[in-house]
Ligand binder design. Structure first.
Ligand SMILES: N=C(N)NCCCC(=O)O
Ligand SMILES: [Zn+2]
Ligand SMILES: [Zn+2]
Length: 325
């Protein structure tokens, strides 16, 4: 930052990529570089789940799986870690026994990082964490456009009377007025619901739905074009529940649903959104205990790589640096 060249990842041709502690993409820690344009941060929290637990371990599993990422991203013709300082900010220490306190802690930690001027790339945790992250982003940017990749709507009201769960963050966010309701989309939606009313309620909140079957039928490029038009130049938050992918592409998750997108479709849609004003993003619901051969965490690490590339290119473009560096 500040005129200096960004410090990039450890050189895997000199230090074996499987050696040493895992940071995202082998990038420096935030405390090693002082400040970052994109802060990658883990949120080890899964006390909001309705089925299988384990997403508290997602962030570190994604970091481990990200050891194989290389510094040049040909799909976006960019070297994301040379264009901007991306650094691993470690984990937010959240209370696993008290959801309301955890939500407050996440919001405060996000406020602090966003306050330094960084954009956030959050790894791990269950979907509950999207609410405090959106609260924090909206304090900075006003109500944001939301692109939500998920098998589920996550606009349900309560579970067991609880307001903050992984099935309810986006209803809370709409109620709180922190989303721009003219640009809300779910992508990858599928699977059984509690009733038709789930869809009616969701539509009333302003969401449009691109089901996983729509992605299959229409193709990633057309879907990305349509989403880009809906989003325009609004500040955009992308929330990716890894269960948007088919269980074949992401078995390591808590509430798997058959008939999902491929990892290729997800990555291609994201690349098609490279011109959007992406202010922060999360990748949630990676539960490594159900994973095999790192299938899920590799998919999640590549997903976070595309998202950080989008952010880095935009930061560089705003500084007048050619993105194809
Ligand atoms: N956000 C995720 N992954 N799942 C929500 C599922 C809510 C339910 O059990 O009905
Ligand atoms: Zn889900
Ligand atoms: Zn979800």
């Amino acid at each position: 930052m500040g005129g200096d060249r960004p410090r990039g990842p450890v050189d895997s041709s000199r230090v074996p990529r499987y050696a040493g502690p895992a940071t995202f993409a082998r990038l420096p820690r935030l405390d090693e570089v002082g400040a970052a344009d994109v802060a990658v941060v883990g949120v080890p929290f899964d006390s909001g789940v309705s089925y299988r637990p384990g997403a508290r371990f997602g962030g570190n599993a994604i970091r481990e799986a990200s050891r194989l990422l290389r510094p040049y991203n040909p799909a976006q013709d960019a070297s994301p870690f040379a264009l901007a300082q991306v650094a691993d900010a470690g984990d937010i220490a959240v209370n696993p026994f008290h959801i309301n306190e955890a939500v407050e802690t996440i919001e405060a930690a996000a406020d602090e990082l966003l306050g330094t001027g960084a954009r956030l790339m959050t790894l791990g945790g269950d979907h509950t964490i999207a609410l405090p992250l959106l609260r924090s982003v909206a304090k900075k940017h006003g109500p944001v456009a939301l692109l939500h990749f998920d098998a589920h709507l996550d606009t349900w009201d309560t579970y067991f009377g609880a307001e903050y769960t992984h099935g309810t963050p986006f209803r809370r966010a709409v109620e709180e007025g922190i989303l721009d309701t003219s640009a809300l989309s779910h992508v990858g939606t599928r699977g059984p619901l509690y009733g038709k009313q789930d869809l009616t309620d969701d539509e009333k909140m302003g969401f449009g739905i691109v089901t996983s079957a729509d992605v299959y039928r229409r193709g990633a490029d057309e879907v990305a074009d349509q989403l880009r038009q809906r989003i325009g130049d609004r500040p955009l938050y992308i929330s990716i529940d890894i269960d948007c992918l088919d269980p074949a592409h992401a078995p390591g998750t808590g509430t798997p649903e058959a008939g999902g997108m491929t990892s290729r479709e997800l990555l291609e849609i994201l690349r098609g959104l490279a011109s959007c004003n992406l202010v922060s993003a999360d990748v949630v619901e990676v539960a490594p205990a159900y994973d095999h051969a790192e299938i899920t965490s590799v998919a999640a690490s590549h997903t976070a790589y595309e998202l950080t590339t989008i952010m880095s290119r935009q930061i560089a473009a705003a500084r007048g640096v050619n993105a194809g560096a």
